[in-house]
Design a protein around this ligand. Structure first.
Ligand code: NAD
Ligand code: DAU
Length: 354
């Protein structure tokens, strides 16, 4: 089987490549990634020289490059992770989200139509359902929940989902879609909640919690997400959407306190900052469809997964130090500088962590 994995130099895509290497070593994997700020080739170092792995640097919005790749490689399966993925960035600059997440997905699916494909899998998000109220813990997102987006990011992902379903109905493209809750684990870019809090805490820097920190996310260890996608590729029904999540709802403030505790840092580092615009209150997935149809259940308990994740950031400081010493500085200053007393990370912090 030949798999084209787009966005494989990012967080979930790279973990998916490692997972598939382990579970299906006979498969040939081609990773297509344009290496935006969020893509990191060093993440893929362990697979880069393997004979059944190939890396191609190109954008999914580049029709010519995508068609050339399909013509040369004739992949059997496409798994589309490539996306602009950070909500805060989408609030600052929506356009690139529309280009990559909607147009890029359309280009990939056009290539699939022209060159033929066994499956196009779209990696989507629970954010397409909007949010749930905090005072209704009995309510969950099912695959029937109407799309009701809050941010330019989630709107662009919903647009791509609708397009994928339209390509299935109109052209008969063998499409599946998965909508997963918040992932955590190794190789997550430090702009996201968990790695940002780990790295700031290590530097004894303020931990910027948006609003009151009461927003709830449904956390899933990244390898469990990868396993679910593998199940969908093997046994999922085309034209179907599968929600992925593990009933692991936690308030942001509790996650941040847990990280402080695990690292032996004082909770006084926690700084409440101006809330995210349009901030979704609660996400919570009902995973009964993927459980009953495909037998998938999450296997990593949160206390194990978060411990593993914190250890990974402690043991792989070179990986994230390279990232935070570059352009990320400007991003951090822009996002957090005017928000509160949270100070930006500076390059002189290298080596200052305890
Ligand atoms: P990420 O930002 O860590 O990685 C995105 C990758 O896509 C990067 O390697 C980047 O270089 C690449 N990319 C961006 N634009 C591209 C383009 N035009 N052409 C080719 N490559 C491009 O994202 P992630 O957190 O790994 O998320 C992967 C996918 O999973 C996204 O589609 C996201 O919407 C979805 N998702 C993420 C989560 C989560 O918690 N992180 C949860 C559910 C779904
Ligand atoms: O639910 C799936 C989604 O999860 C994915 O589709 C997105 O790609 C992914 O980025 C993630 O979106 P969130 O917005 O939930 O993740 P983020 O890590 O940005 O924020 C998690 C929560 O923490 C959210 O309520 C905002 C809050 N937060 C975040 C940051 C970066 C803070 O309080 N402070 C921060 O500095």
């Amino acid at each position: 089987m030949k798999l084209l994995v787009t966005g494989g130099a990012g967080f979930i895509g790279s973990n998916f490549i490692f997972y598939m290497r382990k579970e299906h070593p006979e498969d040939l994997i081609i990773c297509l990634d344009s290496l935006t700020y969020a893509g990191n080739l060093s993440t893929l170092a362990s697979v880069m020289d393997q004979p059944n792995f190939k890396f191609v640097k190109a954008s999914i919005t580049d029709r010519r490059a995508v068609y050339r790749l399909f013509e040369e490689e004739q992949p059997d399966i496409v798994v589309n992770f490539a996306a602009e993925s950070h909500v805060d960035r989408s609030i600052e600059n929506p356009e690139v989200f529309l280009e990559t997440n909607i147009i890029g997905t359309a280009v990939l699916m056009d290539a699939c139509r022209i060159y033929g494909i066994r499956r196009f899998h779209q990696v989507s998000t629970d954010e397409v359902y909007g949010d749930l109220p905090l005072d209704r813990p009995d309510r969950f997102f099912t695959e029937q929940t109407p799309l009701h987006t809050s941010s330019p990011y989630s709107s662009s992902k919903a647009g791509a989902d609708l397009l994928a379903l339209a390509y299935h109905r109109t052209y008969g493209l063998p499409v599946t879609i998965s909508r997963c809750s918040n992932n955590y684990g190794p190789y997550q870019f430090p702009e996201k909640l968990i790695p940002l809090m780990i790295i700031n805490a290590l530097h004894n820097k303020p931990l910027p919690v948006y609003g009151k920190g009461e927003n709830v996310r449904d956390w899933l260890y990244v390898e469990d997400h990868c396993k679910a996608i593998d199940r969908i590729l093997q046994h999922g029904r085309v034209g179907e959407v599968y929600n992925i999540g593990g009933h692991n709802e936690m308030r942001n403030i509790d996650i941040v306190k847990l990280i402080c505790n695990a690292l032996g840092k004082p909770e006084s580092l926690i700084t409440y900052v101006t809330d995210r615009k349009g901030h979704d209150m609660r996400y919570a997935i009902d995973p009964s469809k993927i459980h009953s149809e495909l037998g998938w259940l999450p296997e990593t308990r949160f206390q194990d997964g978060i411990g593993r994740t914190i250890r990974w950031y402690l043991e792989n400081q070179d990986w994230w130090k390279t990232i935070i010493s570059g352009e990320y500085q400007n991003y951090y200053e822009k996002m957090y500088g005017g928000r509160s007393s949270a100070a930006p990370l500076t390059s002189d912090m290298k080596g200052k962590e305890e």
